[in-house]
Design a protein around this ligand. Structure first.
Ligand code: ARG
Length: 457
């Protein structure tokens, strides 16, 4: 039971107590809370507010509280405590006596919770960054193994031009590489220590905030005490990074759903990431991908909650801020889970190598290539485009496709369509001709893979 009620008559209403307590959420960062208290105790000793002996007793006491939380000997509840900070202080005082009451000198739960969140976020974001790197690595594995497979490149889900699978998968890998950087930037932005801010004004006790920041592994203290307790933009930035990442994962997931359908029949998902139907025995449902797409919606909602939480909120600390954990935990848990599942899906999926090879000769995805052929013979592109459009229309009406185009027929449309036409109209040759920076040629795919690998190293 917290003893913050001396100025009140009696205890809080039990329903109010549960309503008000953040303990069920805070328990998640009890380790950070104790680590923060240990840093603070050392700061108090440096400032002469604790003797060396008192500091040692407090530090040992905090280790015992940690041990009890770890082993479940101490299971604080929302009925008894407002938050993890009160729970730890109460147990410490039970263990070492009234000396435990000295620990809260020069601090407030407002800077404590701010510190706990930042310490916890640093670990989470480091782990998330590594998990994103693992998805990129899984994509690279597929690119190196199967990246030379030819496929149609799409716009509007209409066949556009032949490309290499590696080119397509890289277009998913690069956004993930940027996500990884966004996560690192979020981590860098929150790497400041709020400790010593007190409730909002600082304290008169001369605890050196720079030393506390250093002990906590932070770059520096948060410069302004009021900002230190009121700011949650680092929580928002974290979840914003998660939201953009989830938007990317949902696009990848959507293609996995399409590609694994019988209509595309391009991707075989691994059994371990595929589910069956309760009625249709033949099914291989891409539920993992569908769930990733669906869970993106949740993370977007979490970001919305967090933005609304601080919108219009005057300075400095308000209890509103305690609601941050629900959205933050949900967003990080969901995102990290999706990232890990996405990695597993890629490691266990295989492509169907010759799925499109014949079709790409027969369909019209080489139409641009034909126009480009004319351009190399000095025909203005706009004229070439018009000529090929008429040719496509004619062939289509006659139930034919580009594979039926021989030089004799070609010259009906343009005198410049010559003997080397069929050689030119080869999908792989078309892809390989685009060997400039960022083009779909295999040399470029390999070059980008090398760039990504360097980023991951
Ligand atoms: N439990 C609060 C939180 O999680 C910290 C306590 C601050 N409470 C207060 N009345 N100032 O944000």
């Amino acid at each position: 039971m917290s003893d913050l009620r001396s100025r009140f008559e009696g205890g809080t209403d039990p329903d109010m107590q549960r309503f008000s307590s953040s303990l069920p959420e805070d328990l998640r960062f009890w380790r950070e809370d104790i680590a923060g208290s240990k840093i603070h105790a050392r700061g108090l000793a440096d400032a002469g507010l604790l003797t060396e002996d008192e500091a040692r007793k407090i530090l040992e006491g905090l280790d015992r509280v940690a041990e009890q939380l770890e082993t479940g000997t101490f299971i604080p509840s929302a009925e008894d405590f407002d938050d993890i900070h009160m729970a730890v202080e109460a147990r410490l005082t039970e263990l070492i006596g009234p000396l435990g009451g000295k620990l809260h000198t020069a601090r407030s739960r407002n800077d404590q919770v701010a510190l706990d969140l930042r310490l916890w976020l640093k670990q989470q974001l480091t782990a998330l960054g590594d998990e994103i790197a693992a998805v990129i690595d899984a994509l690279i594995e597929r690119i190196e193994a199967e990246g030379q497979i030819l496929m149609p490149g799409y716009t509007h889900l209409q066949r556009g031009q032949p490309i290499l699978l590696g080119h397509h998968l890289l277009a998913h890998a690069w956004p993930l590489a940027r996500d990884r950087r966004r996560v690192a930037e979020a981590l860098d932005a929150l790497d400041l220590c709020p400790l010593g801010a007190g409730a909002l004004a600082g304290s008169p006790h001369g605890v050196d905030r720079r030393v506390s920041a250093e002990r906590g592994g932070f770059k520096a203290p948060v410069p302004n005490a009021m900002d230190a307790v009121a700011a949650r933009d680092h929580v928002q930035q974290t979840v914003a990074a998660c939201a953009v990442l989830m938007a990317h994962l949902s696009r990848i997931a959507a293609e996995m759903v399409l590609w694994s359908s019988a209509e595309f029949a391009f991707l075989r998902l691994g059994d371990a990431y595929t589910t069956g139907s309760s009625i249709m025995p033949q099914k291989r449902n891409p539920d993992a991908a569908e769930l990733i797409r669906g869970k993106a919606a949740r993370v977007f909602g979490d970001l919305q909650s967090l933005l609304t939480l601080t919108h219009g909120l005057p300075l400095s600390y308000f209890r509103d801020l305690q609601e941050d954990r629900h959205a933050l935990f949900d967003a990080l848990d969901t995102t990290r889970q999706c990232v890990r599942i996405m990695e597993g899906m890629w490691r266990s999926s295989r492509f169907v190598a010759d799925r499109f090879t014949d079709e790409l000769r027969g369909d019209f995805s080489l139409a641009t290539e034909l126009a480009d052929y004319l351009v190399t013979r000095g025909v203005p592109f706009r004229e070439a485009h018009g000529c090929v459009a008429r040719l496509v229309k004619d062939l289509e009406t006659r139930g034919l496709d580009l594979s039926a185009l021989d030089p004799a027929r070609g010259r009906e449309y343009h005198p410049a369509l010559g003997e080397d036409l069929s050689e030119w109209l080869d999908p792989r040759a078309a892809a390989e001709r685009r060997h400039h920076l960022g083009g779909t040629a295999w040399s470029q795919v390999l070059d980008q893979v090398a760039q990504l690998r360097e980023q991951l190293a």
